[in-house]
Design a protein around this ligand. Structure first.
Ligand SMILES: Cc1cc2nc3c(=O)[nH]c(=O)nc-3n(C[C@H](O)[C@H](O)[C@H](O)COP(=O)(O)O)c2cc1C
Length: 221
């Protein structure tokens, strides 16, 4: 797949087949993504690959934590405290598209909660990735990490695999760090679901809109 096609083809996938991903595939993905650029070539990425029993243990604990304490807090603020336009509208559309695909009524709290909880299970993907950063690193490393994460998502396509980056998987950083043996001197950036797309799932069968280039670009001569 050429690069332009891959950029347009990638999408977030929220339902996966029960088909295992080979260790070699994961290694090839990370082997490609490690070429991502980073300021001073610091390469700040530290990736935990979670599968098998550890995945079940961790996702079960995340759901229990949500049931006991509600939404947890990420190590950093990913979203604004107070939304404004045009971001607010795009955010609403994002949720509306998902619920509409799943035929979940806006007022059906139970079904919405069920769908939200699917996040903590990594949408039942066979592999979950967790992206950690040394806490001494600054905002610049978040830029580097974004490039790395997109590289992982594109390289996954080459392996016939699908992904969903998940801020929701970063909402209980202490629990995740304790389970995986990471120290408090690390920042959990986010998680990612990785596996084979269930192409029959309605939540995988829509595309999110994008602004036109004219909408976000100014040319200066
Ligand atoms: C860092 C990051 C975190 C995200 N977190 C979540 C999440 O927790 N749950 C979810 O369902 N989607 C999550 N998404 C997916 C976005 O909703 C999605 O990228 C956006 O709606 C655009 O759709 P597309 O990825 O299909 O192009 C996240 C995406 C990024 C880049």
């Amino acid at each position: 797949m050429n690069i332009i096609d891959a950029l347009g083809y990638r999408k977030s996938v929220r339902a996966f087949l029960k088909k295992e991903v080979e260790t070699d595939q994961i290694t090839r993905i990370l082997n490609a993504a490690r070429h991502a650029p980073s300021g001073t070539n610091a390469q700040p990425w530290d990736v935990a690959i979670v599968r098998g029993k550890t995945r079940i243990k961790l996702t079960t604990a995340l759901i229990e934590a949500f049931n006991d304490n509600g939404l947890g807090e990420m190590d950093y603020k990913y979203y604004p405290v107070k939304w404004k336009e045009p971001f607010k509208k795009r955010r609403v559309t994002c949720g509306a598209q998902l619920y509409s695909a799943l035929k979940i009524n806006r007022k059906d709290k139970e079904k919405r909660l069920e769908q939200w909880l699917a996040n903590y299970k990594g949408f039942d993907a066979p592999v979950l990735l967790f992206f950690f950063l040394d806490s001494i690193m600054e905002k610049g490393s978040f830029l580097d990490y974004g490039m790395f994460i997109q590289s992982v998502m594109l390289a996954a396509l080459e392996e016939g695999l699908a992904t969903c980056a998940q801020a929701a998987l970063g909402q209980n950083p202490e629990l995740i760090k304790t389970t995986l043996g990471y120290g408090t001197d690390t920042t959990l950036i986010c998680g990612m679901a990785l596996g084979y797309e269930d192409t029959s799932a309605p939540q995988n069968n829509y595309r999110t809109p994008r602004e036109t280039v004219e909408g976000f670009t100014k040319f200066f001569e």
